[in-house]
Ligand binder design. Structure first.
Ligand SMILES: Nc1ncnc2c1ncn2[C@@H]1O[C@H](COP(=O)(O)OP(=O)(O)OP(=O)(O)O)[C@@H](O)[C@H]1O
Ligand SMILES: [Mg+2]
Length: 335
């Protein structure tokens, strides 16, 4: 199975295959405008699509428990089917952790070109997803499978969160430090892997890593705002946080951690269309000062299964900036 190059069966890879952020904003805004309350709602919506939407929807069960629900699937980011499954599951579970919750149960979402790819390969993908979900203590049972020209895999996940201890997108307070819990660079390294077949084991390990410990540590430290850094890149997700909370996020470029080889990947031109679109979209909202183009691309790099960006200090994870009262630009990068 190792000679089969899964990444060659799809156009965009991983979270870089998301609909561009500006177009998604318009879609979600139109939906939110047309949204009316359900008839006789069975549960109170605590987090919905207001302000562009958070990482997951949250509905109240009782005073101390709320249900978190989310779905994520994408095209192959790596050629190895088991690793792709692990990464896709870690990414799907991540939106529950990005709300400060605990995933309880997941179902598989599988799109498979059965004429082109053996079903045995799909089984490896599902095995990888199951192993990571089980490591998270999450039940996996059931799912849905369809055939289509490009393979896609992910999960729909349900979890639990305390309604007073959530990590909301819109709650960042001025004066708080900004913390990032995984290094950046998975986008450029996945692009390089897709182009050449070179495997970057550190990137695979980081993408397959759960955001569980970071999320728990953040909630334990009293942090109440955060999101996961995925397809819109650090700058895109920072902008969405700043916009939702009406603050400015200042990022110290020199404090941002990167995977080894990420800089060489940019120098080698291994930048996805998604990353370039991210930068075009976010640039009008960012004061870059004198930060050079390559650095801007790295900060906008479309991540797959990235870490948590948190408005608060969390022991064991690097501080990369601070939350400020809203200034001229929602995001400031200091060189
Ligand atoms: N088709 C859709 N219908 C309704 N809402 C959508 C749709 N697609 C995305 N959204 C919402 O738009 C917001 C932004 O979506 P996005 O996929 O970027 O968030 P996310 O789930 O946190 O992503 P990621 O998995 O990359 O962390 C979310 O609140 C999401 O629920
Ligand atoms: Mg998210």
């Amino acid at each position: 199975m190792t000679e089969l190059r899964l990444t060659q069966y799809a156009g965009g890879g991983g979270c870089a295959c998301k609909i561009p952020p500006g177009e998604l904003d318009d879609l979600v805004a139109a939906l939110a405008r047309r949204d009316s309350e359900p008839v006789d709602p069975a549960a109170e919506l605590l987090v919905g699509l207001d302000g562009g939407g958070d990482d997951a929807a949250v509905v109240r069960l009782d005073a101390e428990r709320a249900i978190v629900t989310t779905a994520d699937f994408f095209t192959p980011v790596v050629d190895d089917p088991y690793d792709w499954g692990r990464i896709a599951a870690a990414n799907a579970l991540s939106d529950v952790y990005a709300m400060g919750g605990t995933p309880w149960a997941a179902v598989n979402l599988l799109v498979w070109p059965r004429e082109k790819l053996p079903m045995a390969v799909a089984a490896e993908v599902l095995r990888g997803g199951r192993d990571v979900a089980h490591a998270a203590g999450c039940q996996v049972s059931g799912g849905h499978s369809v055939t289509a020209p490009e393979p896609k895999y992910g999960m729909s996940v349900v979890g639990m969160v305390h309604p007073e201890r959530m990590l909301r997108l819109d709650a960042a307070e001025p004066g708080r430090p900004l913390t990032l819990t995984k290094p950046l660079g998975s986008g450029v390294l996945n692009t390089w892997h897709k182009a050449t077949g070179t495997v970057f084991p550190e990137a695979v390990a980081v993408m397959a890593e759960l955001n569980r410990d970071a999320s728990r540590a953040a909630v334990a430290a009293g942090v109440n705002s955060g999101t996961d850094v995925t397809g819109f890149g650090l700058l895109g997700h920072a902008y969405r946080m700043a916009r939702a909370a009406g603050v400015t996020l200042a990022i110290e470029a020199g404090a941002v951690p990167y995977l080894a080889d990420a800089r060489s990947a940019v120098t080698a031109g291994q930048v996805s269309g998604g990353t370039r679109r991210n930068l075009d979209w976010v640039a009008p909202h960012v004061d870059f000062g004198g930060v050079p183009e390559d650095e801007r691309l790295l900060l906008a790099d479309a991540q797959t299964s990235g870490g948590l960006l948190l408005a608060g200090e969390v022991p064991g994870y690097p501080v990369i900036g601070e939350v400020l009262p809203r200034g001229a630009a929602p995001v400031v990068v200091r060189g």
